[in-house]
Write a protein that binds this ligand. Sequence first.
Ligand SMILES: Nc1nc2c(ncn2[C@@H]2O[C@H](COP(=O)(O)OP(=O)(O)OP(=O)(O)O)[C@@H](O)[C@H]2O)c(=O)[nH]1
Length: 403
Amino acid sequence: MRTLFSENILSPSPTPAPQSNPFELLFPSSISTASSADSTQSSPTQNEWLTQHLQNQQRTESETANQANYAANGQQAPNVRRKGNPKMLFMGLRRSGKSSIQKVVFEKLSPADTLFLEPTSRIGTVKMQSFITFESVELPHQLSATTPDFDHHAVFSHIGAVIWVLDVQDEYLTSISEMIQTAVFLAENYPRVNFEVFIHKTDGLSEEYKYETFREVRQRVQDELSDLGHGDRSVSYFQTSIFDHSIFEAMSKVVQRLLPQLPAMEALLNKLCSTCGIQKAYLFDTMSKIYVATDASPTFLKDYEVCSDYVDVIVDIKQIYGWHGQDGEGKAVSERRNQDDGDIGESMVTYDRSGDTYIYAREINDYLSLICVMGKGSTTNKRVLIDYNVGILHDALLQVFKV
Ligand SMILES: Nc1nc2c(ncn2[C@@H]2O[C@H](COP(=O)(O)OP(=O)(O)OP(=O)(O)O)[C@@H](O)[C@H]2O)c(=O)[nH]1
């Protein structure tokens, strides 16, 4: 990426050193003629150090807090975030929508085409090779966690999260009782595995009915788990449908809980947002439309939908002009391209009539995109500041994923 510098944009005082914020406006030597004489230089080593420092700080803080919590309760701390790729297991009753979710999210099948899916009779795995490999497994409805002669260990020992799909348009009491058996089994045998509930097929239901069923399912599950002595088991609930963005949002949250890099990514995005007046920043896995991190500001569905549609546009364009895969020597071409900023894609779209709010997109690499909703005050003539800071974030993220 090349930026055209205008003295008018740069003249309002670059922030003086020293700063603890890695996203402060620091001009590299190649453009120092445009900046004031005393502006501080930012070397790659400095950025590297800042990234590592931030990561270490985050890791130590969260580890200390967790250990203190568990020590206070006299328990042994479980290792919540696993290393490696996120692996999810879909479970649920017959025709609840397990295969449809996987096909729509990971294989880009059109939701309408899921009508013709065959029932699943064997344990099947779907892999999606993106900036990380997403792996999802479906357990046929005939098998449950408590089925005798079923090799639980082979299935559950490598899984990061179990997603229970509950068809809300069907009679769901049987599903709830099976779900509770599964949650108890996991709590007793695999406490490290996250348990997530998708209250699925919410499309076409009235808002009131949706809210009521959501509340009822959650209440029943919590009550029964408490009665069985597992009230402390954390279960997350999501309302989902393959016909809108809700399934991608829910999958994003499930995946985020499995990424060890999440605290570092969130800290970087928070700093970027506060420095550049960004309303909301999402780091999307471009291929799956799953966002792997976002900043701490409140999430509005409208922002997410706009960003997610924008990712669709990026994917469509990539489909036309081609993805950059691996070259002959096995080294990702994207890795090389990251060293050459000239090739990095970037664009800006205004979607507010006043022109105050706009979308800023930047490719971190072929499979990871930063999509930001720019807030008021972050006008397009601050572009240099934003470009520069996003450049630092770009480098920092690459460092995070190299570790
Ligand atoms: N309305 C609605 N229908 C859905 C949704 N998701 C899936 N379906 C439909 O539900 C039906 C069953 O979906 P499948 O994905 O085959 O369900 P499954 O759980 O894999 O089924 P088995 O393999 O038989 O256990 C299909 O007709 C899908 O089109 C949704 O979000 N909303």
